[in-house]
Design a protein around this ligand. Structure first.
Ligand SMILES: Nc1ncnc2c1ncn2[C@@H]1O[C@H](COP(=O)(O)OP(=O)(O)OP(=O)(O)O)[C@@H](O)[C@H]1O
Ligand SMILES: [Mg+2]
Length: 221
């Protein structure tokens, strides 16, 4: 009796941590056993290569590290987290709610792949992480579709205007814009639940977005 894996996905500053927390709370109120996980697992040494990549050790432009190399940095961090921290619980029936997952590679790394190679890249990623590494496949992926111009503002507030605190993805507005296109492509190809998080140039309220997510899982839990 394995559990379920729900993923909250989205671009930087789109509200993933906020919505993951609320979804966990709602599932607990329904009497479920829930575990909240977050990637990258920055607290653990398994994220070392991700940190090197995001801080620009391999190049200041994300394009300098190819999609397959960068994807593997994130994948091994997930493998370490799964084996060490949540495999047993998942297999015993716990609902795992993940803030980012393999699906983040399907956004940020897919962007680096030429259009005619995109389908093959998604196939490679699913095969590598789910079939070869043995990580569980998500039961639901909620993609928080928040325009980068709004999430950039939410993030600037967090960094108090200090642009130096942003990582090589966050600093690059053009890259994030292109990642939104990749996310839409992956969402459509892989059947993600797209949650529309903005109304014009304003973010929808945190509660409204949470309710939209709950509506999608109604009847399942
Ligand atoms: N719908 C919303 N309306 C207004 N503010 C929001 C909304 N959702 C989240 N926020 C705020 O925006 C900021 C970013 O949210 P959060 O940390 O949940 O995003 P994230 O996707 O986890 O970001 P990151 O990709 O950087 O980890 C936080 O300060 C949060 O309180
Ligand atoms: Mg976050």
């Amino acid at each position: 009796m394995s559990g379920k894996l729900l993923v909250i996905e989205g671009l930087d500053g789109s509200g993933k941590a906020t919505q993951t927390e609320l979804l966990c709370r709602s599932l607990e109120e329904m009497g479920k056993t829930v575990r909240h996980i977050t990637f990258p697992d920055y607290e653990q040494p398994s994220s070392a290569l991700v940190k090197m990549y995001l801080s620009g050790v391999f190049g200041k432009d994300p394009a300098e590290v190819n999609a397959y190399a960068a994807s593997s940095f994130y994948a091994v961090d997930r493998y370490a987290s799964y084996i060490r921290f949540w495999k047993k619980e998942y297999e015993a029936g716990t609902i795992i709610v993940a803030d980012r997952y393999t699906t983040s590679n399907m956004i940020y790394q897919l962007e680096k792949v030429v259009p005619e190679e995109r389908e093959a890249f998604l196939h490679w990623l699913e095969n590598f992480e789910y079939d070869r590494l043995g990580l569980p496949r998500p039961d639901f992926v909620f993609y928080l579709d928040m325009p980068p111009e709004i999430s950039q503002k939410l993030m600037s507030a967090r960094y108090s205007g200090d642009e130096n605190k942003k990582d090589i993805h966050e600093k690059n507005e053009k890259y994030l814009e292109d990642c939104r296109e990749s996310a839409r492509y992956a969402a459509q190809k892989l059947g993600w639940q797209v949650i529309n998080c903005a109304c014009g140039d304003h973010p929808k309220s945190i509660d409204e977005i949470h309710s939209a997510i709950l509506r999608r899982i109604k009847g399942v839990f």
